[in-house]
Design a protein around this ligand. Structure first.
Ligand code: HEM
Length: 128
């Protein structure tokens, strides 16, 4: 498949993943009944699986790999942290404070990953 198509899918999944993550946080904090709807639990798994599959296809496509290329190592580490913080925010938090802190921290990690992707550097905020 054309690499540009895969990249478009990847970036679309990035946008969908973030939008859902943000909205689920808002709905959770509001105690909204939307959080009990089945699609809210199912759709993030679909977008995140597609996000990961397109990431693997892109890495193979440009022949750069986590463990070899530092920016991709940083992306994978960031993605694991994003998933972990999301699990704390949506599943394991016992207090409102840890819920909000982990939800906000996950979003900061998310924007770090986007910056890494754009700069192809694990230190995107430092002039090279
Ligand atoms: C939440 C997780 C992720 C986010 C937010 C994200 C974000 C992005 C964005 C915004 C781009 C487009 C960059 C640009 O063209 O300017 C991109 C491209 C890319 N991403 Fe991801 N990504 C994520 C996960 C991953 C993972 C885990 C990998 C590791 C295999 C990966 C590998 C790639 C590759 C290889 C490209 C193409 C870069 C290029 O063509 O120059 N992504 N990503």
């Amino acid at each position: 498949m054309d690499l540009l198509v895969v990249k478009t899918v990847h970036v679309a999944c990035v946008a969908a993943s973030y939008t859902l993550f943000f909205l689920r946080g808002v709905w959770l904090l509001q105690g909204s009944p939307i959080m009990r709807q089945r699609w809210v639990k199912v759709v993030p798994h679909i977008t995140d699986t597609l996000l990961l599959a397109s990431a693997v296809a892109l890495a193979i496509g440009i022949r750069q790999y986590p463990g070899t290329d530092a920016w991709l190592t940083a992306k994978v580490a960031g993605m694991l942290l994003y998933i972990g913080l999301g699990m704390v925010a949506f599943r394991f938090s016992k207090t409102l404070r840890t819920r909000i802190v982990s939800w906000v921290a996950a979003q900061l990690v998310f924007f770090y990953i986007v910056a890494v992707a754009r700069a192809h550097s694990p230190l995107p905020f430092i002039a090279q």
